[in-house]
Design a protein. Structure first.
Length: 141
C-alpha cells in the first residue's frame, strides 16, 4: 500500500548549505533502495517535505528523520493512502529557491514566507504540486 507523508520542521541554527547538500545526497542514495520518492523544500530555516512509498518504509524513514539533530519541531501535517505517486520522478527532489515565486506562496499562505505550520496540510501539498508543475523542483533522478 502506498502512502504520502507530509511534514514540516525547523532547521537547527547550525545547519548550512553543506548540511542541506548532505541530506539530499544521502536521500538520493538511500531512498531508491526503499522505494521512497519525494520532494524537499527548505526556506528561511523551515523544511517542508513530502515522502511517498510503502507504509512501513515511509514510517521508518520518518522516524529516523524526527531523530535527526539537524532540525527540530517536526510536525506531521498529513499521512494519506494514495493510488499513485505524485513525485515518482524524484528519489528526492529539491525546490529551487531561485524559482520560488512569492506569488505562489501568498496563494496558499497568509504571507509570502514559507510557513507550513500556519497552512492547512492540503495547501502545503498543493504548493509542492504547483512547484513541481512549474519546474521549480530540481534533482530529478
Amino acid at each position: 500500500m502506498l502512502v504520502r507523508l507530509l511534514y514540516a520542521s525547523r532547521a537547527a541554527e547550525s545547519i548550512g548549505h553543506d548540511d542541506l547538500v548532505a541530506i539530499l545526497k544521502k536521500s538520493k542514495l538511500n531512498n531508491p533502495r526503499h522505494g521512497i520518492t519525494g520532494v524537499l523544500c527548505f526556506s528561511n530555516g523551515v523544511f517542508l517535505q513530502a515522502l511517498e512509498g510503502g507504509r512501513s518504509q515511509v514510517s521508518a524513514l520518518y522516524s529516523r528523520i524526527v531523530g535527526d539533530p539537524r532540525h527540530h519541531s517536526a510536525c506531521l501535517l498529513s499521512v494519506e493512502e494514495i493510488g499513485e505517486r505524485r513525485f515518482e520522478g524524484w528519489s528526492m527532489g529539491q525546490v529551487n529557491l531561485h524559482r520560488l515565486n512569492p506569488a505562489q506562496l501568498i496563494k496558499y499562505s497568509e504571507s509570502a514566507t514559507l510557513d507550513p505550520y500556519a497552512m492547512p496540510a492540503a495547501a502545503s501539498l498543493a504548493l509542492l504540486n504547483e512547484l513541481v508543475a512549474s519546474a521549480a523542483v530540481i534533482g530529478q533522478s
